[in-house]
Design a protein around this ligand. Structure first.
Ligand code: FMN
Length: 423
């Protein structure tokens, strides 16, 4: 249950087969303690009657821009100092707009600022968060026009609840299926919680040591062996932990990212430097989140001068293994310190993640499949699983910022269970 006074959220329903699933969403939002009001597009009414939403929400359903109250809105609202124009009033008085299902048409209207109906006009008048849950035929979903519109909205801060894959009403199988109403409701609650002033400071008293970025192993003074890690996941964890009241030490390899405010940054370059920094600060940490992509090998005998191009077609570099920072950190941690490792895998993702959990002696491993396009390395988004000896929590594709919050939620649960190996 949320505990702010205004519980109103607006559910926008568009004209797609999945419109009936919005009924369940309204019910779930009510269960979460929210007060959903419904706006339907003209096309949505071809699929579900407004009466269904009226009965379940207990509120009049808005079905058009030109209704009786277009210019006078709700008298109570108008008296409270908000606009008397209904679509502006709706935008001003609601805490969030969630559009489910969001059609290709409505996504395009939102992306390009078209305002020819109530929902799209209201979207333009919104100050609060907007969440869209698209649903459509897989070819429509994958069309470059839809992809571009979704990216425009995402870049503008609109939260997109990704459609899942499966059997679609059009008879095809693939992406484009509306996310489950439970998932959409969960995101709405999460967005409202994030936006509320009372951010939980449930990490107060913890010192979270985060490693981030990809290490660089020198070949000569100008070249190095690196990897595709951007550092975004670790930075997101550092930022989230700081926001939740922790003291945060961020041991960061070279990234193009700005250090989150209030976070103590320890810049490093190579695996060896990262190891030294982690070992030096280990004693201060109560939680370690090791998100860095550390090189497994370094060049044996780094050239003192720039290596010149030779005529030979093959050049051999001799490599030697680097220290296993995660394992060493797990072994040398202070009693009670929780250690979370990361595993970026391209095959047998879960099995490899479980193997790492055991081999490294850590409390949890976040595994993700970096072979999936648009997720993981060098991307704003990630998906994965949080593996512990006792179980597995799956994270669907989401922004790294959101995933950081989910990881910290799981860390908190482990802490609640008193689960730290060294205790
Ligand atoms: C039977 C039928 C099913 C449809 N299902 C979808 C759908 O799932 N997703 C979608 O984007 N459009 C779907 N459409 C097309 C939209 O209804 C159409 O683009 C409409 O203009 C959307 O209007 P709205 O965005 O204002 O709701 C469907 C159309 C028909 C006739």
């Amino acid at each position: 249950m949320m505990n702010a006074e205004n519980m109103k959220v607006t559910v926008g329903v568009c004209g797609g087969i999945a419109a009936y699933k919005a009924v369940e969403l309204v019910r779930l939002l009510q269960e979460a303690g929210l007060d959903p009001h419904v706006v339907m597009t003209e096309a949505a009414e071809k699929f579900v009657g407004p009466l269904t939403f009226e009965a379940i929400s207990g509120h009049r359903v808005i079905t058009g821009l030109w209704g009786d109250r277009a210019g006078v809105g709700n008298a109570e609202g108008a008296a409270a100092g908000v606009s008397s124009v209904e679509h502006v009033q709706e935008a001003q008085t609601t805490r969030a707009l969630v559009v489910a299902p969001a059609t290709a048409d409505t996504l395009a209207k939102f992306a390009h600022g078209l305002a020819g109906d109530f929902l799209s006009t209201m979207y333009l008048a919104m100050h609060g968060p907007v969440i869209v849950a698209p649903a459509m035929n897989v070819v429509m979903w994958e069309h470059p026009a839809t992809r571009a519109n979704v990216e425009i909205l995402r870049a503008r801060g609109v939260r997109v609840v990704e459609p899942g894959s499966g059997y679609l009403a059009c008879g095809m199988v693939g992406g484009g299926r509306l996310a489950e109403p439970e998932e959409i409701a969960r995101v709405v609650v999460e967005v409202l919680r994030e936006g509320s002033l009372e951010t939980e400071v449930d990490f107060a008293g913890e010192t979270v040591l985060v490693t981030a970025g990809g290490t660089r192993e020198a070949i000569d003074p100008v070249r190095f062996i690196g990897n595709r890690s951007s550092g975004r996941m670790g930075y997101a964890v550092a930022e989230a932990a700081k926001a939740r009241g922790a003291r945060v030490i961020l041991v960061s390899a070279v990234t193009g990212l700005e250090c989150p405010s209030g976070v103590e940054m320890v810049p490093v370059v190579s695996a060896e430097e990262m190891r030294a920094a982690v070992m030096q600060r280990l004693g201060e940490a109560t939680v370690m989140v090791m998100a860095a992509a550390v090189s497994d090998y370094r060049v044996k005998g780094v050239a003192a001068q720039k290596i010149k191009r030779e005529k030979t077609r093959v050049m051999t570099l001799e490599l030697e293994s680097t220290e296993d920072i995660l394992r060493e950190a797990a072994t040398k941690r202070r009693p009670g310190t929780l250690v979370v490792g990361f595993a970026a895998e391209t095959e047998d993702v879960l099995a490899n993640g479980r193997g790492k959990l055991e081999r490294k002696g850590v409390d949890a491993v976040v595994v993700n499949d970096v072979s999936e396009a648009g997720l993981g390395f060098d991307s704003e988004r990630n998906s994965g699983s949080f593996l512990t000896r006792g179980g597995e929590v799956q994270f669907p594709a989401m922004l790294k910022r959101e995933m950081a919050g989910r990881i910290l939620d799981e860390v908190k649960k482990l802490r609640g269970k008193g689960l730290a190996l060294s205790e």
